[in-house]
Design a protein around this ligand. Structure first.
Ligand code: SF4
Length: 436
């Protein structure tokens, strides 16, 4: 008999929607009830042909299937023998596994970094410098009357963001939903999201800093020149006036802001815009976090080490210096001599120089599916999928912790990231002659 499991959390993007219904029979998913193809695909493809089920070790250039114990032994040997191992990935697994991964990085005197360093790392640097005025997505739903998306396209990357949290839903103080809200999109090109907006502001590429500065001037009553960053001065003044008249503004920004032009200075500037607006109205801002638990890594890493990502333990204490201790930079400089990659595929996404070095050093890949990184790895350990086959904790983009549910059993003999981390950590301590 099929069973319907309700209130399932979607472990795909930073929205962490917690209202999915999954129809299961035996150990098979028959149907996923949600309004989002991205999330549904994650559940429906757990048994894709690329699913990893057996650990492998590379011997003389060829993979040999081994037991979990052999794979763990080999992984521990690589990490103990390395002078400066890198641990990277972590944004698509649960917090308990991340906590153990950080402990392991400290134990082997390595560096741990997550995908923040190639997405919202600049945001974190900026908010450490300026501070952030933010709130939960629930408050946005209940209060916001002006929604601004800057440098992001949630209709593609976070498909239910507008319908669950921002523009469409009815909220406590916004009982008529979208009728009581205005949507503004700022981007370098028209997108599915901008097509829904009342105002679309098209900015020239790499001119976000200038346009934010112009908005800050307009809010303070200064007259603007004819055009700034491709946007007519009158248009900027119109948006500034709309902002000052609104009761509760929610600004969401993506990689179009963090990874273009002035990078973290763009974010500094928009955080200052929010501060300026507080002279007139209430305004909050939030980065659109991509991977479902990238915020969770930043939380766990901060409470265990004092820093949110890119933490270097090689001197025996935690250091944080993005640009120096971030994964892509370390690899490009050839500064690490082994790598542990968890739930990520840097070979597919990192710059060429970083990938080249990754291909020269021993790599331990822990993942549920084959990828370019598992292809070049020395040790491959299959993992159960958090949020589908394993419970755990993840942090939504507004830093609200949500408990992931388990709806299926993992393939026979496949362990969770947390169990794999615990075993490697135990083996590392054994090899170093330290048991706890
Ligand atoms: Fe999953 Fe994101 Fe879609 Fe929500 S919006 S169902 S979290 S992919």
């Amino acid at each position: 008999m099929p069973t319907v499991i309700t209130d399932v959390v979607c472990p795909y993007c930073g929205c962490l929607c917690d209202d999915l219904e999954i129809v299961v029979e035996g150990n098979k998913i028959l149907e996923v009830r949600s309004n989002c193809e991205l999330g549904a695909e994650k559940f429906l493809h757990v048994n894709a042909p690329t699913r990893l089920k057996t650990p492998k070790i590379r011997v003389n250039g060829e993979f040999r299937e081994v037991s979990v114990e052999e794979a763990v032994q080999k992984a521990a040997e690589i990490l103990v023998n390395a002078k400066k191992p890198l641990s990277y990935g972590w944004s698509t697994t649960e917090c308990e596994a991340i906590g153990l991964g950080i402990e392991l990085a400290e134990e082997v005197g390595g560096i741990i970094d997550d995908t923040s360093s190639v997405c919202h790392g600049p945001t974190i640097i900026a908010l450490q410098e300026i501070g952030i005025s933010t709130c939960t997505l629930g408050e946005v739903k209940n209060r916001a009357d002006l929604i601004i998306y800057w440098g992001c396209n949630p209709m593609q990357a976070h498909p239910r963001h507008l319908s669950r949290y921002t523009f469409f839903p009815r909220g406590f103080f916004r009982g008529k939903g979208q009728e009581e809200r205005t949507l503004v999109v700022v981007d370098v090109r028209a997108t599915e999201t901008s097509r829904l907006a009342k105002q679309f502001i098209q900015v020239k590429p790499n001119c976000d800093y200038e346009v934010v500065s112009a908005l800050r001037m307009a809010i303070k009553g200064h007259k603007l020149p004819y055009e700034v960053g491709g946007v007519p001065g009158e248009k900027i003044e119109e948006i500034a006036s709309l902002m000052k008249k609104s009761k509760f503004i929610a600004i969401f920004f993506g990689l179009g802001m963090t990874m273009s032009g002035a990078k973290h200075r763009n974010v500094d500037n928009i955080l200052l815009l929010v501060r300026d607006l507080h002279q007139f109205t209430k305004c909050v801002i939030m980065p659109m976090r991509g991977h479902y638990n990238v915020a969770g890594f930043n939380e766990v890493c901060t409470w265990q080490t004092g820093f949110p990502y890119a933490v270097d333990f090689s001197r025996g204490y935690p250091r944080y210096n993005p640009g120096e201790t971030t994964a892509a930079d370390l690899l490009a400089r050839g500064d690490v001599d082994a790598a542990l990659i968890v739930a990520s595929d840097p070979v597919a996404h990192f710059p060429k120089d970083s990938t080249r070095h990754l291909m020269k050093i021993p790599v331990i890949a822990i993942d549920a599916y084959e990828s370019l990184t598992t292809e070049i790895a020395t040790v491959v350990i299959p993992a159960a999928i958090a949020g589908v086959e394993v419970e755990g904790t993840a942090y939504r983009m507004d830093h609200v912790p949500i408990r992931l549910r388990k709806v299926l059993n993992p393939p026979h003999g496949v362990l969770s990231d947390r169990e794999i981390m615990a075993r490697i950590l135990e083996k590392v301590r054994e090899l170093k002659g330290r048991t706890q």
